[in-house]
Design a binder for this molecule. Sequence first.
Ligand code: ZN
Length: 311
Amino acid sequence: MENRILGLHHITAIAGLAKQNLDFYTKTLGLRLLKKTVNFDDPGTYHLYYGDERGSAGTILTFFPYEGARRGSAGTGMATNIAYAVPADSFDFWMDRFEKHKVIYNKPSEKFGEPYLTFLDPDGLKLELVVPKNQDNRVAWETDEVKAKVATKGFHGVTLTLRDINPTAAILTDIFGYQLLEQSGNRYRYMTDAVDSANIVDLVQLPNEARGLGGAGTNHHIAFRVKDEETLMQFHQKVTRSGHSITNKIDRNYFYSLYFREPGGVLFEIATDNPGFGIDEPWDKLGSGLLLPPQYEPRRAELEAVLPKLD
Ligand code: ZN
Protein backbone atom coordinates (compact mmCIF):
# COMPACT_ATOMS: atom_id res chain seq x y z
CA MET A 1 0.00 0.00 0.00
CA GLU A 2 1.66 3.14 -1.14
CA ASN A 3 0.70 6.54 -2.37
CA ARG A 4 -0.71 5.13 -5.58
CA ILE A 5 -4.05 4.54 -7.19
CA LEU A 6 -5.12 1.16 -5.80
CA GLY A 7 -7.41 0.06 -8.62
CA LEU A 8 -11.14 0.74 -8.57
CA HIS A 9 -12.92 2.04 -5.47
CA HIS A 10 -16.55 2.05 -6.61
CA ILE A 11 -18.69 2.34 -9.73
CA THR A 12 -21.92 4.33 -9.83
CA ALA A 13 -24.78 3.92 -12.30
CA ILE A 14 -28.33 5.14 -12.83
CA ALA A 15 -31.36 2.92 -12.35
CA GLY A 16 -35.12 3.11 -12.73
CA LEU A 17 -37.26 1.56 -10.00
CA ALA A 18 -35.42 1.37 -6.68
CA LYS A 19 -37.04 -1.84 -5.49
CA GLN A 20 -36.36 -3.60 -8.77
CA ASN A 21 -32.72 -2.54 -8.52
CA LEU A 22 -32.48 -3.69 -4.89
CA ASP A 23 -34.01 -7.09 -5.65
CA PHE A 24 -31.78 -7.70 -8.64
CA TYR A 25 -28.49 -6.87 -6.94
CA THR A 26 -29.15 -8.39 -3.52
CA LYS A 27 -31.24 -11.42 -4.53
CA THR A 28 -30.42 -12.40 -8.12
CA LEU A 29 -26.76 -11.36 -8.01
CA GLY A 30 -26.31 -12.00 -4.27
CA LEU A 31 -24.49 -8.81 -3.27
CA ARG A 32 -24.78 -7.29 0.18
CA LEU A 33 -26.80 -4.10 0.58
CA LEU A 34 -24.17 -1.93 2.29
CA LYS A 35 -25.98 1.31 2.63
CA LYS A 36 -29.35 2.80 2.01
CA THR A 37 -28.89 6.54 1.85
CA VAL A 38 -29.90 9.45 -0.37
CA ASN A 39 -28.24 11.18 -3.27
CA PHE A 40 -26.40 13.95 -1.39
CA ASP A 41 -26.99 16.30 -4.32
CA ASP A 42 -30.67 15.34 -4.70
CA PRO A 43 -31.93 13.95 -1.35
CA GLY A 44 -35.40 13.02 -2.66
CA THR A 45 -33.80 10.02 -4.42
CA TYR A 46 -31.96 7.05 -2.98
CA HIS A 47 -28.32 6.20 -3.21
CA LEU A 48 -28.02 2.42 -2.81
CA TYR A 49 -24.65 0.75 -2.22
CA TYR A 50 -23.90 -2.93 -2.83
CA GLY A 51 -20.71 -4.89 -2.19
CA ASP A 52 -18.99 -7.48 0.00
CA GLU A 53 -19.32 -7.94 3.75
CA ARG A 54 -17.67 -4.65 4.72
CA GLY A 55 -17.93 -2.73 1.50
CA SER A 56 -14.28 -3.20 0.58
CA ALA A 57 -13.02 -0.86 -2.11
CA GLY A 58 -13.12 -2.65 -5.45
CA THR A 59 -16.44 -4.37 -4.64
CA ILE A 60 -18.73 -1.34 -4.32
CA LEU A 61 -21.42 -0.80 -6.95
CA THR A 62 -23.81 2.07 -6.27
CA PHE A 63 -26.99 3.33 -7.91
CA PHE A 64 -29.07 6.45 -8.11
CA PRO A 65 -32.54 5.00 -8.81
CA TYR A 66 -35.04 7.44 -10.32
CA GLU A 67 -38.64 6.26 -10.55
CA GLY A 68 -39.73 6.87 -14.13
CA ALA A 69 -36.20 7.66 -15.34
CA ARG A 70 -35.75 7.62 -19.10
CA ARG A 71 -33.56 4.84 -20.41
CA GLY A 72 -30.08 6.00 -21.26
CA SER A 73 -28.02 4.55 -24.05
CA ALA A 74 -24.45 3.39 -23.81
CA GLY A 75 -21.98 5.03 -26.15
CA THR A 76 -18.67 6.84 -26.28
CA GLY A 77 -17.48 8.90 -23.35
CA MET A 78 -18.91 6.35 -20.97
CA ALA A 79 -18.07 3.30 -18.90
CA THR A 80 -19.97 0.64 -20.86
CA ASN A 81 -19.24 -2.61 -19.06
CA ILE A 82 -18.67 -3.60 -15.45
CA ALA A 83 -16.87 -6.90 -14.91
CA TYR A 84 -17.04 -8.99 -11.73
CA ALA A 85 -14.55 -11.72 -10.89
CA VAL A 86 -16.12 -15.12 -10.19
CA PRO A 87 -14.67 -18.56 -9.40
CA ALA A 88 -13.84 -21.02 -12.20
CA ASP A 89 -16.70 -23.39 -13.08
CA SER A 90 -19.41 -21.01 -11.83
CA PHE A 91 -20.92 -20.14 -15.24
CA ASP A 92 -23.35 -23.09 -15.28
CA PHE A 93 -24.77 -21.93 -11.96
CA TRP A 94 -25.11 -18.37 -13.24
CA MET A 95 -26.71 -19.33 -16.57
CA ASP A 96 -29.27 -21.47 -14.74
CA ARG A 97 -29.95 -18.59 -12.38
CA PHE A 98 -30.26 -16.09 -15.23
CA GLU A 99 -32.74 -18.41 -16.98
CA LYS A 100 -34.78 -18.76 -13.79
CA HIS A 101 -34.85 -15.00 -13.14
CA LYS A 102 -35.36 -14.05 -16.80
CA VAL A 103 -32.07 -12.17 -16.97
CA ILE A 104 -30.82 -11.44 -20.50
CA TYR A 105 -27.38 -12.97 -21.04
CA ASN A 106 -25.04 -14.13 -23.79
CA LYS A 107 -23.29 -17.44 -24.16
CA PRO A 108 -19.84 -17.43 -22.52
CA SER A 109 -16.94 -16.21 -24.62
CA GLU A 110 -13.32 -15.32 -23.99
CA LYS A 111 -11.10 -12.24 -24.17
CA PHE A 112 -7.42 -11.93 -23.27
CA GLY A 113 -7.57 -15.61 -22.35
CA GLU A 114 -10.27 -15.10 -19.73
CA PRO A 115 -13.76 -16.66 -19.99
CA TYR A 116 -16.60 -14.19 -19.51
CA LEU A 117 -20.39 -14.19 -19.42
CA THR A 118 -22.24 -10.97 -20.31
CA PHE A 119 -25.64 -10.11 -18.85
CA LEU A 120 -27.93 -7.12 -18.38
CA ASP A 121 -29.53 -5.75 -15.23
CA PRO A 122 -33.28 -4.88 -15.32
CA ASP A 123 -32.51 -1.38 -16.68
CA GLY A 124 -30.21 -2.70 -19.40
CA LEU A 125 -26.89 -1.96 -17.66
CA LYS A 126 -24.25 -4.25 -19.12
CA LEU A 127 -22.30 -6.39 -16.69
CA GLU A 128 -20.14 -9.44 -17.01
CA LEU A 129 -18.77 -12.27 -14.94
CA VAL A 130 -15.12 -13.10 -15.60
CA VAL A 131 -12.91 -15.95 -14.48
CA PRO A 132 -9.61 -14.10 -14.02
CA LYS A 133 -6.32 -15.65 -15.16
CA ASN A 134 -4.78 -14.90 -11.79
CA GLN A 135 -6.59 -16.44 -8.86
CA ASP A 136 -8.72 -13.92 -6.99
CA ASN A 137 -8.36 -14.51 -3.25
CA ARG A 138 -10.98 -12.06 -2.05
CA VAL A 139 -13.65 -13.52 0.23
CA ALA A 140 -17.05 -13.35 -1.42
CA TRP A 141 -20.24 -12.27 0.35
CA GLU A 142 -22.56 -15.25 0.31
CA THR A 143 -26.33 -15.57 0.53
CA ASP A 144 -28.63 -18.58 0.95
CA GLU A 145 -28.91 -18.91 -2.82
CA VAL A 146 -25.51 -17.65 -3.97
CA LYS A 147 -22.79 -19.51 -2.07
CA ALA A 148 -19.10 -18.53 -1.98
CA LYS A 149 -18.07 -21.20 -4.51
CA VAL A 150 -19.97 -19.33 -7.23
CA ALA A 151 -20.40 -15.79 -5.81
CA THR A 152 -18.89 -12.61 -7.24
CA LYS A 153 -15.69 -11.52 -5.48
CA GLY A 154 -15.79 -7.87 -6.46
CA PHE A 155 -14.79 -6.05 -9.60
CA HIS A 156 -12.44 -7.50 -12.15
CA GLY A 157 -12.41 -4.28 -14.16
CA VAL A 158 -14.36 -1.78 -16.17
CA THR A 159 -14.55 -0.96 -19.89
CA LEU A 160 -14.59 2.62 -21.16
CA THR A 161 -15.77 3.24 -24.72
CA LEU A 162 -14.05 6.21 -26.35
CA ARG A 163 -13.75 7.91 -29.72
CA ASP A 164 -10.01 8.25 -29.18
CA ILE A 165 -8.38 6.29 -26.41
CA ASN A 166 -5.12 8.27 -26.30
CA PRO A 167 -5.97 11.17 -23.96
CA THR A 168 -7.68 8.79 -21.52
CA ALA A 169 -4.80 6.31 -21.74
CA ALA A 170 -2.42 9.16 -20.84
CA ILE A 171 -4.36 9.83 -17.62
CA LEU A 172 -4.25 6.13 -16.72
CA THR A 173 -0.53 5.73 -17.41
CA ASP A 174 0.97 9.13 -16.57
CA ILE A 175 -1.12 10.04 -13.53
CA PHE A 176 -2.72 6.82 -12.24
CA GLY A 177 0.23 4.44 -12.76
CA TYR A 178 -1.51 1.93 -15.05
CA GLN A 179 0.35 0.16 -17.86
CA LEU A 180 -0.80 -1.20 -21.19
CA LEU A 181 -0.97 -4.95 -20.65
CA GLU A 182 -2.45 -6.27 -23.89
CA GLN A 183 -4.26 -5.18 -27.01
CA SER A 184 -6.73 -7.04 -29.19
CA GLY A 185 -8.30 -5.18 -32.11
CA ASN A 186 -9.71 -1.94 -30.76
CA ARG A 187 -9.60 -3.10 -27.12
CA TYR A 188 -6.63 -1.96 -25.02
CA ARG A 189 -6.20 -3.49 -21.58
CA TYR A 190 -4.57 -1.36 -18.89
CA MET A 191 -3.62 -2.71 -15.49
CA THR A 192 -2.03 -1.44 -12.31
CA ASP A 193 0.33 -3.65 -10.32
CA ALA A 194 -0.43 -1.67 -7.15
CA VAL A 195 -3.13 -4.21 -6.22
CA ASP A 196 -4.07 -7.77 -7.22
CA SER A 197 -7.75 -7.26 -8.00
CA ALA A 198 -10.14 -4.65 -9.43
CA ASN A 199 -7.03 -3.44 -11.23
CA ILE A 200 -8.09 -3.53 -14.90
CA VAL A 201 -9.41 -0.79 -17.16
CA ASP A 202 -10.16 -1.70 -20.78
CA LEU A 203 -10.32 1.13 -23.30
CA VAL A 204 -12.33 0.40 -26.44
CA GLN A 205 -11.85 2.79 -29.34
CA LEU A 206 -14.89 3.42 -31.55
CA PRO A 207 -14.23 6.65 -33.51
CA ASN A 208 -17.63 6.75 -35.22
CA GLU A 209 -19.83 5.61 -32.38
CA ALA A 210 -22.45 8.01 -30.97
CA ARG A 211 -21.88 9.53 -27.58
CA GLY A 212 -23.54 7.81 -24.66
CA LEU A 213 -26.75 9.30 -23.32
CA GLY A 214 -27.13 9.28 -19.56
CA GLY A 215 -30.23 7.67 -18.06
CA ALA A 216 -31.39 4.45 -16.44
CA GLY A 217 -29.13 1.55 -17.32
CA THR A 218 -26.02 3.63 -17.89
CA ASN A 219 -22.93 4.45 -15.91
CA HIS A 220 -22.64 7.72 -14.03
CA HIS A 221 -18.99 7.66 -12.94
CA ILE A 222 -16.17 5.40 -11.89
CA ALA A 223 -14.09 5.96 -8.77
CA PHE A 224 -10.45 5.01 -8.29
CA ARG A 225 -9.12 4.14 -4.87
CA VAL A 226 -6.49 5.79 -2.69
CA LYS A 227 -5.68 4.82 0.88
CA ASP A 228 -6.21 8.17 2.61
CA GLU A 229 -6.82 11.88 2.33
CA GLU A 230 -3.15 12.78 2.15
CA THR A 231 -2.78 10.64 -0.97
CA LEU A 232 -6.05 12.05 -2.29
CA MET A 233 -4.65 15.57 -2.14
CA GLN A 234 -1.43 14.45 -3.84
CA PHE A 235 -3.62 13.36 -6.75
CA HIS A 236 -5.40 16.70 -6.63
CA GLN A 237 -2.02 18.28 -7.37
CA LYS A 238 -1.06 15.75 -10.04
CA VAL A 239 -4.31 16.16 -11.94
CA THR A 240 -4.19 19.96 -11.67
CA ARG A 241 -0.56 20.02 -12.85
CA SER A 242 -1.50 17.95 -15.88
CA GLY A 243 -3.85 20.77 -16.92
CA HIS A 244 -7.21 19.22 -15.96
CA SER A 245 -9.62 20.86 -13.57
CA ILE A 246 -10.69 18.84 -10.56
CA THR A 247 -13.08 19.55 -7.70
CA ASN A 248 -12.02 20.27 -4.15
CA LYS A 249 -12.23 17.48 -1.61
CA ILE A 250 -15.86 16.47 -0.99
CA ASP A 251 -17.04 14.60 2.11
CA ARG A 252 -19.17 11.65 0.95
CA ASN A 253 -19.68 10.42 4.52
CA TYR A 254 -18.17 6.97 3.78
CA PHE A 255 -15.16 8.32 1.85
CA TYR A 256 -13.60 11.57 0.69
CA SER A 257 -13.69 12.32 -3.01
CA LEU A 258 -12.37 14.40 -5.88
CA TYR A 259 -14.06 14.46 -9.28
CA PHE A 260 -12.80 15.36 -12.72
CA ARG A 261 -14.02 14.70 -16.25
CA GLU A 262 -11.28 12.92 -18.17
CA PRO A 263 -10.71 14.14 -21.73
CA GLY A 264 -12.61 11.22 -23.27
CA GLY A 265 -15.78 12.33 -21.45
CA VAL A 266 -15.98 9.85 -18.56
CA LEU A 267 -16.50 11.28 -15.07
CA PHE A 268 -13.63 10.05 -12.87
CA GLU A 269 -13.63 10.17 -9.10
CA ILE A 270 -10.79 9.45 -6.71
CA ALA A 271 -12.02 8.17 -3.33
CA THR A 272 -10.40 7.22 -0.03
CA ASP A 273 -10.59 4.00 1.98
CA ASN A 274 -11.44 6.01 5.08
CA PRO A 275 -13.70 6.27 6.97
CA GLY A 276 -15.64 3.34 5.43
CA PHE A 277 -19.16 1.96 5.85
CA GLY A 278 -18.93 1.16 9.57
CA ILE A 279 -19.08 4.86 10.44
CA ASP A 280 -22.85 5.03 11.02
CA GLU A 281 -24.06 1.41 11.38
CA PRO A 282 -22.68 -1.72 13.09
CA TRP A 283 -21.04 -4.11 10.58
CA ASP A 284 -23.73 -6.76 11.02
CA LYS A 285 -26.50 -4.23 10.37
CA LEU A 286 -25.18 -2.52 7.24
CA GLY A 287 -27.98 -1.40 4.93
CA SER A 288 -30.75 -1.94 7.47
CA GLY A 289 -31.79 1.67 8.08
CA LEU A 290 -32.15 4.81 5.99
CA LEU A 291 -28.92 6.68 6.68
CA LEU A 292 -28.86 10.43 6.17
CA PRO A 293 -25.83 12.69 6.29
CA PRO A 294 -26.03 15.30 9.09
CA GLN A 295 -27.28 18.08 6.79
CA TYR A 296 -30.41 16.09 5.88
CA GLU A 297 -31.19 14.54 9.27
CA PRO A 298 -33.60 17.40 10.18
CA ARG A 299 -35.60 16.55 7.02
CA ARG A 300 -35.86 12.80 7.76
CA ALA A 301 -39.67 12.65 8.02
CA GLU A 302 -40.15 14.59 4.79
CA LEU A 303 -37.59 12.47 2.89
CA GLU A 304 -38.95 9.17 4.19
CA ALA A 305 -42.38 10.21 2.90
CA VAL A 306 -41.18 10.89 -0.66
CA LEU A 307 -38.66 8.04 -1.07
CA PRO A 308 -40.13 4.90 -2.71
CA LYS A 309 -40.87 1.91 -0.48
CA LEU A 310 -38.30 -0.85 -0.73
CA ASP A 311 -40.07 -3.73 1.01
ZN1 ZN B 1 -18.81 8.07 -6.57
